[in-house]
Design a protein around this ligand. Sequence first.
Ligand SMILES: Cc1cc2nc3c(=O)[nH]c(=O)nc-3n(C[C@H](O)[C@H](O)[C@H](O)COP(=O)(O)O)c2cc1C
Length: 192
Amino acid sequence: MLRIAIIIGSTRPGRKGEAVAKWAYEIAQKRSDAEFELVDIEDFNLPLLDEPMPPIMGQYTHNHTKRWSEKIASFDGYVFVTPEYNHATSGALKNAIDFLYAEWVNKAAGFIGYGGVSGARAVENLRLIMGELQVATVRAQVGLSMFTDFENFSVFKPAPIQEKHVHVMLDQVIAWGGALRTLREKQAQGAE
Ligand SMILES: Cc1cc2nc3c(=O)[nH]c(=O)nc-3n(C[C@H](O)[C@H](O)[C@H](O)COP(=O)(O)O)c2cc1C
């Protein structure tokens, strides 16, 4: 079974990201074409990147990096739930992404953004980062507006149509995640 992580991209006290990610996880749980796991970067207590070697070398010295590596390596695809901070993704999510390299390569990703313009600029920022990590990003994305998906810009109350948007995005992540898993298996056989 294909494994997809739904990653909470905010660590701020009082973050809205947790409610958004849990909502997406509940929707994903209705599907039987993949296995889903909620991954909270907060749980990994990652400091600002503190590995002496660039992650592409795969020489991790710290337990927090090894733990994060093991978790991320176990998935075929990712759904990044990202806030928009100053027209980009959060520093916490960028830092968590920067810790690893091979764990991301040849996987698929979709995005759920939220903010004043539905997190659109944060998602565009993440798409650029994913390109360097050889992550295939799907076209469909979920954009949650502070104006229409949050009551008084604060309590998360997504418009009903957003559930459909989550499914369309997941359809694409699962299709590409499966294709890329086949590619990784072929590459692993070729390397034997
Ligand atoms: C440092 C910071 C920068 C922000 N910059 C933007 C921004 O550029 N565009 C936007 O739409 N919202 C921006 N916001 C508002 C966030 O979208 C809103 O606070 C959201 O709840 C943040 O997600 P979180 O609660 O999960 O951390 C910013 C918030 C913070 C804390």
